[in-house]
Write a protein that binds this ligand. Structure first.
Ligand code: ADP
Ligand code: MG
Length: 243
């Protein structure tokens, strides 16, 4: 724990070469959104407002529309009707959302999707390839990001040499490469044992506290719900009232 604490000490704001200053969290508004897949009505009029820097966990049974809702917020899917606004601006449709996702969103999934033959550090570096950064700068940034999640000592290891929780930490570091204002995580602890889950949640909580990032997590896991500012319960494509 003490190493994690040390590693998570805030970056000095006075040093511009230590990465962009924390941009804070995005505001999210989902307004009366409907989404169907053929005859399946995945979302049937969902509204949700998330404040900047808030951590909301979306729970609900399998098939209740959680992933669909998260994908609409990140513009991985378009809604059939209704609106999704981030910082008051309509989220562009998926085909035109490259810039929105690059500038605003970090994704973490149940599977960490790390490249198996690359080290933790090189996996994080892949997220910086498109931004025209010099190799030495990419390497330094990746090391900083791994330090932020307390994984400095694992930087040179490939995914097979990491625990599940550490792999999710690398995935989180990679998701932070673009300094997102919104972190979207779909069952991020779904493949982890309870100890690793807590460790991964510690990383997420520390990142949120340090950066002020808005966090929306989809999860069945009561441990994830316990960390949230607010829990939203979906049932059959609707937000359950009174939850
Ligand atoms: P959850 O994440 O809560 O398990 P999903 O949002 O993944 O739920 O799915 C909601 C419903 O929509 C489910 O019945 C699912 O089978 C269906 N669904 C989701 N994505 C697709 C898709 N791409 N094509 C067809 N049906 C889908
Ligand atoms: Mg899902």
């Amino acid at each position: 724990m003490s190493t994690l604490r040390t590693a998570l000490t805030p970056r000095r704001k006075s040093s511009p070469t230590r990465g962009a200053p924390s941009p804070g969290g995005a505001q999210v508004a989902v307004q009366d959104v409907y989404k169907s897949f053929a005859q399946i009505h995945a979302l049937r009029g969902v509204s949700l407002a998330v404040a900047p820097g808030e951590w909301v966990t979306i729970t609900g049974p399998s098939g209740s529309g959680k992933t669909t809702l998260l994908n609409l917020i990140g513009s991985l899917e378009p809604p059939d009707s209704g609106r999704v606004l981030v910082n008051g601006q309509a989220v562009p449709p998926p085909a035109r959302a490259v810039r929105f996702r690059r500038e605003m969103v970090g994704f973490v999934f149940q599977d960490s999707f790390l490249l198996p033959y690359l080290t933790a550090q090189t996996n994080v570096e892949t997220a910086l390839l498109s931004v025209g950064m010099k190799r030495s700068e990419r390497q330094r940034r990746s090391r900083d990001l791994l330090a932020e999640v307390g994984l400095t000592d694992r930087a040179g290891h490939i995914p097979a040499e990491l625990s599940g929780g550490q792999r999710q930490g690398v995935a989180l570091a990679r998701a932070l490469a673009n300094d997102p204002r919104l972190l979207l995580a779909d069952e991020p602890t779904g493949s982890l044992d309870s100890v690793s889950s807590e460790r991964a949640l510690d990383m997420l909580a520390a990142v949120r506290q340090r950066r002020g990032t808005t966090v929306i997590v989809v999860s069945h896991d009561p441990a994830v719900a316990a960390r949230a500012d607010r829990v939203v319960h979906l049932v059959d494509g609707l937000v359950q009232a009174g939850h």
